[in-house]
Design a protein around this ligand. Structure first.
Ligand SMILES: *Cc1c(COP(=O)(O)O)cnc(C)c1O
Length: 222
């Protein structure tokens, strides 16, 4: 199957309110262009420098999503162009994003990453930590960020019931965040679902899926 066919198959089967992010990490520019020519505009990368290089080379109407774990000292390399940062899991990182957003005279959209999987290896905040962050006084000082919602990754398992439960709990928690709504907290995006589990994620209320291998084929490395 070609990239174009894979994209069309997925786009045609997901509801209109769900945004498809084509995860292009490790993929060459030619493959991204193939997806672009098929109409795809939102792409996700997990390394800041790789994303910045691709931004420089590729058409400027692409929306770039940073989906990987962030190193604060590299935020500056994407602050002028990034569309949405999915993997924010500390106040320190938010503060650095805010600082770089001010330098670039813009507001940067972020999602808080929540740890819903049982594996030790996954990054993210607990529900309690998210609430603590959203009600903190310090958050009000960050005028150049906009927290648009949450991101989560389910456990890597064949057991769909576990995946389903993890997504369900994230969706419930996401729904509870309306009480924190403010000028820089506007929770409308729930980023959950990858190649292996996006169908379950959509059933459980995802509004944004991050799909790599089901579009581009399998990767040699992560
Ligand atoms: C790589 C990656 C994806 C896409 O994974 P696939 O299984 O290839 O669809 C989605 N989200 C994050 C955070 C990733 O790192």
């Amino acid at each position: 199957m070609s990239i174009k066919n894979n994209l069309n198959n997925i786009s045609n089967t997901i509801p209109e309110n769900v945004t498809l992010i084509a995860v292009s990490k490790t993929q060459p520019v030619a493959s991204i262009l193939e997806a672009y020519q098929a109409g795809q505009r939102a792409f996700g990368e997990n390394k800041i420098q790789e994303m910045a290089e691709k931004f420089d080379t590729l058409p400027k109407d692409i929306e770039w999503h940073m989906i990987g774990h962030l190193q604060s000292n590299k935020v500056k390399y994407m602050a002028h162009f990034v569309h949405l940062i999915h993997g924010v899991d500390s106040f320190k990182t938010l503060a650095e994003i805010n600082k770089q957003a001010i330098i670039n005279k813009r507001v940067i959209n972020c999602l808080l990453e929540v740890k819903i999987a049982s594996e030790e290896t996954k990054f993210g905040l607990s529900f309690a930590e998210v609430e603590q962050l959203l009600k903190s006084e310090e958050l009000k000082n960050l005028k150049n960020i906009n927290i648009k919602g949450l991101m989560g990754m389910a456990s890597f398992t064949e057991n769909n019931e576990i995946i389903c439960d993890e997504f369900k709990s994230l969706k419930n928690f996401f729904n509870s965040l309306v009480k924190f709504k403010s000028f820089n907290v506007n929770p409308i995006i729930l980023s959950m679902g990858m190649s292996g589990d996006y169908k379950i994620a959509i059933e459980e209320g995802s509004t944004m899926i991050r799909v790599g291998s089901a579009i581009f084929g399998s990767r040699n490395y992560n």
